[in-house]
Design a binder for this molecule. Structure first.
Ligand SMILES: *Cc1c(COP(=O)(O)O)cnc(C)c1O
Length: 385
């Protein structure tokens, strides 16, 4: 039943035999030289010019006002949630259809996640679901949005799934009414825009990841984007052990974190940044080829939402039901093609089975039927070998 699409995937990647990875990183001589030059400089750690330069590159590319580079995307989320003042008496709204890091970062602060449904057209948190839940369960007490449990709803973390921009403008409007801080988890959507505006610039804070499977990578890395200069400054302070600037003294004015990105990683990322427009173009072309491959089959490619431009970080296809999804995954596995289901819903993981949640029908339906298919930007060959 799946022979034709499996042959088609091999055709697209020009690999008649051998494994086809879900997402392979891509490095060239320029990347290699950037790392070597940084090593030669000896400035590989927490001091160096590459970090600030990379933060400026991010600002230029996304249009965000400020960027703070950190060790990974999970630390970026934790940092943003701390700046939103999330703590043990708070709730944070998010979607169960996400990578587990989004939920874990909420737990690190002591706050409890609230899981609400996604929209079928974006696979991101539904502004309508958020509004309905707030109206039903919360009231404003002064400037605080208070849940019937007595806990305060402090923040909301939507995620731009697989690079598809969710309805962030509508969500920001709902959260403004209820004085809830929005943090965009844009780990998967570097290069994606809604209405010409880059994801990660709609809310006061947004987070990025440069893990090995993301659209550009330095092995491990992350960043927080900010609209406000003072918040960016506080993030830099918190992520560098809350060290007070001084020519020689070591003093610290808070419990800080060692979340700063090493200069070596930033050097590689600056080189990777130069390839980002090219990576996006290749991924968008790959998406069109998949659209052609799946046209006329019973299976549906997930498309970019109306009014958006997706980086198509990971291509996704919807099967008709879970049995068919599992049969397709088996066929891909047998054919040495790395495909995978979406992350299991957070509410199905033991840490979150008792979490507060709304009706999750769309999340459940999408999770049951979705398969991510190979999406490397440079599938054919590694230029270093
Ligand atoms: C990759 C990812 C993260 C975490 O990034 P790390 O750099 O691996 O810590 C967070 N959220 C989402 C949605 C991701 O895809």
């Amino acid at each position: 039943m799946f022979d034709e699409v499996i042959d088609g995937i091999r055709g697209i990647f020009g690999h008649p035999t051998g494994p086809i990875p879900l997402h392979a990183p891509w490095f060239d001589k320029e990347d290699e030289e950037a790392v070597a030059a940084c090593v030669r400089s000896t400035y590989v750690s927490s001091v160096g010019a590459e970090i600030t330069a990379f933060e400026q590159d991010l600002v230029k590319f996304t249009g965000a006002a400020h960027a703070v580079a950190v060790v990974n995307g999970t630390a970026a989320l934790h940092t943003a949630l701390m700046l939103a003042e999330c703590g043990p008496n708070d709730l944070v709204i998010t979607q169960p259809f996400t990578f587990i890091a989004t939920c874990n970062a909420i737990s690190y602060t002591g706050a409890a996640p609230v899981f609400l449904d996604i929209d079928a057209d974006t696979l991101g948190l539904s502004p309508d679901a958020v509004r309905a839940w707030l109206v039903k369960h919360c009231t404003m007490k002064g400037r605080a949005c208070v849940h019937s449990s007595g806990k305060r709803v402090r923040a909301c973390v939507p995620m731009h799934s697989f690079g598809l921009p969710m309805h962030i403008d509508a969500l920001v409007a709902v959260c403004a009414e209820w004085n809830i801080t929005v943090i965009e988890d844009a780990a998967e959507s570097l290069g994606s825009c809604r209405g010409g505006k880059h994801t990660g610039t709609f809310a006061p804070m947004a987070t990025l990841s440069f893990n090995g499977n993301k659209i550009i990578t330095c092995g491990g890395g992350g960043a927080v984007l900010f609209g406000d200069a003072d918040m960016a400054k506080r993030a830099k302070h918190l992520t560098t052990q809350a060290k007070v600037a001084h020519p020689w003294a070591f003093s610290h004015d808070a419990t800080g974190y060692n979340y700063r990105m090493p200069n070596l990683n930033a050097a590689l990322l600056r080189s990777q940044m130069r390839k980002l427009p090219h990576n996006i173009a290749v991924k968008r072309e790959l998406h069109e080829r998949y659209n052609a491959l799946f046209a006329g089959t019973p299976w549906t490619m997930v498309q970019e939402p109306t009014g958006t431009r997706s980086n198509h970080w990971l291509n996704a296809v919807l099967m008709r039901n879970m049995q068919e999804r599992d049969a397709f995954l088996s066929a891909c596995h047998a054919g040495d093609i790395q495909a995978r289901p979406a992350s299991e819903l957070a509410t199905d993981q033991p840490m979150y089975t008792n979490a507060i949640h709304g009706d999750l029908a769309v999340s459940r339906d999408i999770q049951d039927r979705l398969v991510n298919i190979p999406s490397s930007a440079y599938p054919k060959q590694n230029p270093l070998t």
